[in-house]
Design a protein. Structure first.
Length: 310
């Protein structure tokens, strides 16, 4: 065979190899494109789903104190608003937690060339109620003795000489002398709240004097702010949006108080004000979800925060 014929034959053989290499390159290229484009889509879908479940879990947790059923419904409604339908089988609740698990199918684009049409995207979110409020910026500086704390029972706070029910004696009426850069009067501190933190050595000084007029004005101011909020008128439906729910510091004991003395702060309780009468504020200590800092330093008196744990 002549040389030019051998050359033509060899070229034809290499043309076949080139076609194979081109075909392999196209497959590999499509794989990389699928990895970049569809992989990016999967990442975005995962992020969107996770954010939606986190928001839904946090929203549902706000209703855990009402009922687990209410928490489930709220989480499902919030998920729908964020573009994801959450079924009842995808929600788990307990006394102090709500957990959502969801899997969606995402339609792929370039991966279809490789025979992969869809991919599953899964996410899980769990929100829990955290007790032990240790710091709040909305504290009404009227200390309640720990032994006098009774959850959901009708309680009367007395602000008159000869206090009853283990209320402070000897010129003290439960007031704490907590400083504020703007508010100097007891009335303003009741109206707007002050910052108090619980720590291992946290003591506050009592403030002597009756000051009923300032208490009356401060508490009435809070009640008036809730006049158009129907849910604030009943202790069973009141929450942190209600000004008539006051965060009160709980003190270890007033038994050694005589005149101006130091008392130990051991936690915080939420007091819903029902009414004001002559020198008395009547209401109930309720469970409530509030903002602030939570930890293990204080005691659990029914004020909770919500946190994502997974």
């Amino acid at each position: 065979m002549k040389k030019h014929q051998l050359f033509i034959k060899k070229c034809k053989q290499e043309d076949g190899n080139a076609i194979i290499f081109v075909a392999m390159f196209i497959v590999v290229f499509c794989g990389f494109v699928a990895l970049v484009v569809d992989g990016g889509s999967l990442f975005l879908e995962k992020s969107k789903l996770q954010k939606s479940l986190d928001a839904s879990a946090l929203a549902g947790a706000q209703d855990l104190l009402s009922s687990q059923g209410d928490a489930e419904v709220m989480a499902m409604e919030y998920g729908a608003k964020n573009g994801y339908s959450i079924a009842g089988a995808e929600v788990w609740t307990g006394d102090h937690f709500i957990q959502l698990d969801k899997t969606t199918n995402l339609s792929l684009t370039f991966a279809k060339v490789l025979g992969i049409n869809t991919a599953e995207v899964s996410a899980m979110s769990r929100a829990e109620l955290k007790g032990n409020l240790i710091k709040s910026n909305d504290v009404v500086p009227i200390g309640i003795e720990k032994s006098g704390f009774k959850r959901n029972e009708s309680i009367t706070l007395h602000f008159q000489p000869g206090n009853k029910n283990n209320e402070p004696q000897n010129g003290n009426f439960g007031y704490l002398d907590i400083e504020h850069p703007e508010y100097n009067t007891t009335r303003d501190k009741i109206k707007y709240g002050v910052t108090v933190e619980v720590s291992g050595d946290m003591y506050e000084s009592t403030k002597t004097g009756m000051r009923w007029g300032q208490v009356d004005q401060g508490v009435q101011y809070r009640i008036n702010l809730d006049s158009s909020k129907n849910h604030c008128q009943q202790y069973k439906t009141a929450n942190s949006s209600c000004e008539r729910v006051m965060i009160l510091p709980v003190v270890k004991s007033y038994s050694e108080v005589s005149g101006k003395s130091n008392v130990k702060i051991v936690g915080f309780a939420a007091f819903w004000v029902e009414s004001i009468s002559q020198h008395d504020v009547r209401g109930r200590f309720i469970e409530m979800i509030a903002s602030g800092e939570f930890g293990n330093k204080g005691n659990d008196f029914g004020v909770y925060g919500v946190r994502l744990v997974q």
